[in-house]
Unconditional design. Structure first.
Length: 367
């Protein structure tokens, strides 16, 4: 898998630019707020159909522009391919294209340009709340399984609509009549999300454990534990059982949801716990241990995607090396020998020998 060329028009701070990349390491060098991360965000958007820094696509359009266009030429699935996205100011829906053919949803482009993003915020993901950990899981499973991407989008839509019903129940009490149908659909789709997440996290944990064992000199064992609604006794059970257990949990929380006007039951509250030698990292891990474990997770994420799709995904390192000490930098850099890598940094230092250096300044890129 290789990204050969990226074209941007009206995206973030880029007026219009075309950038060519090498198959190995591409270093994006420049001061802060000049557009380095915007390039990674563009690559990530064409990879997943989502921006990793905002949920509002209007923020991706250059100030004063009527639209933003992103397109890429790449080698994937043993052939040359193209991806294109057009975002419009106002309420007009975006347009997504694969090899010139318009796609109905993001699921139509997902899996063509697989990517793994590693940014400074990820270094704290094991210490933060559940939401960023769910997001990390969902981002990767969506790339590996387009059906999951479609299911997650549908569940999110139902969740937003149900939340609106609960908030507005006094103003529109008649709308509560459709609540059972929302619950039924959320149970059907929620069981699928739980099944996918449990299996992915198990596979990820097995690989991450080996990376962390090597990283820590065999002194620490990293384990991951999936947590979903309390009535689910086995997240690996058949979907029929998961649906029944999820329905039981939702039914037991029906009155509490009405009283609180919040959606209290479902996989939108899922989480996973990381532990070192059996001790929860959120409570007991040092900053160094947390960073080591996170690096192990990201490298495992990349390896799992490689095993699943048969191609090494593009790796996006957004100013993360500057947050690591020399030993952890070396551990990461020594594992970048295969596949294409994009690294943003303010100074090249000892990285220049790794590959192509691209200088980024005020929305312009030069070699």
């Amino acid at each position: 898998m290789r990204l050969n060329e990226l074209y941007l028009n009206g995206f973030r701070n880029y007026e219009e630019t075309t950038v060519e990349f090498v198959p190995g390491v591409n270093l994006l060098v420049g001061d802060n707020a000049n557009g380095k991360t915007n390039l990674l965000e563009a690559i990530g958007y064409l990879s997943t159909g989502r921006a990793f820094r905002t949920r509002r696509e209007q923020e991706l359009i250059r100030f004063g522009a009527e639209y933003a266009e992103l397109s890429a030429k790449l080698f994937s699935q043993e052939r040359e391919q193209t991806l294109r996205a057009v975002l419009f100011a106002g309420r007009r829906p975006r347009q997504l294209f694969l090899n010139g053919v318009r796609q109905k949803t993001a699921a139509g482009i997902v899996g063509v340009l697989n990517s793994v993003l590693f940014c400074p915020e990820d270094l704290l993901v094991l210490k933060k709340g559940a939401q960023p950990r769910r997001k990390m899981l969902d981002n990767v499973i969506c790339q590996l399984r387009p059906n999951y991407d479609a299911a997650l989008a549908e569940y999110t839509r139902l969740l937003d609509q149900k939340a609106a019903l609960l908030r507005e129940q006094e103003e529109n009490p008649s709308m509560l009549a459709v609540l059972p149908e929302f619950n039924r659909r959320m149970v059907q789709i929620g069981a699928l999300l739980i099944s996918y997440r449990a299996r992915y996290l198990r596979a990820l944990g097995e690989i991450a454990e080996q990376y962390h064992k090597e990283f820590s000199g065999d002194r620490e064992q990293l384990t991951l534990q999936y947590h979903t609604v309390s009535t689910v006794t086995d997240p690996f059970a058949p979907l029929e059982q998961l649906r029944a257990e999820l329905e039981a949990h939702m039914s037991s929380h029906a009155r509490a949801e009405l009283d609180s006007r919040q959606c209290l039951s479902g996989p939108h509250k899922d989480d996973f716990e990381a532990a070192l030698n059996g001790l929860p990292m959120a409570q007991f891990a040092s900053q160094g241990q947390t960073r080591t474990a996170t690096i192990s997770l990201k490298l495992a994420e990349r390896e799992l995607m490689k095993r699943d799709c048969g191609e090494t995904p593009v790796l996006l390192l957004d100013d993360v090396l500057s947050e690591l000490d020399a030993g952890r930098q070396d551990f990461v850099l020594n594992r970048l020998r295969d596949g294409q890598v994009f690294i943003t940094c303010c100074e090249t230092d000892r990285l220049t020998e790794l590959g192509q250096v691209l200088f980024v300044e005020d929305g312009r890129v030069r070699v």
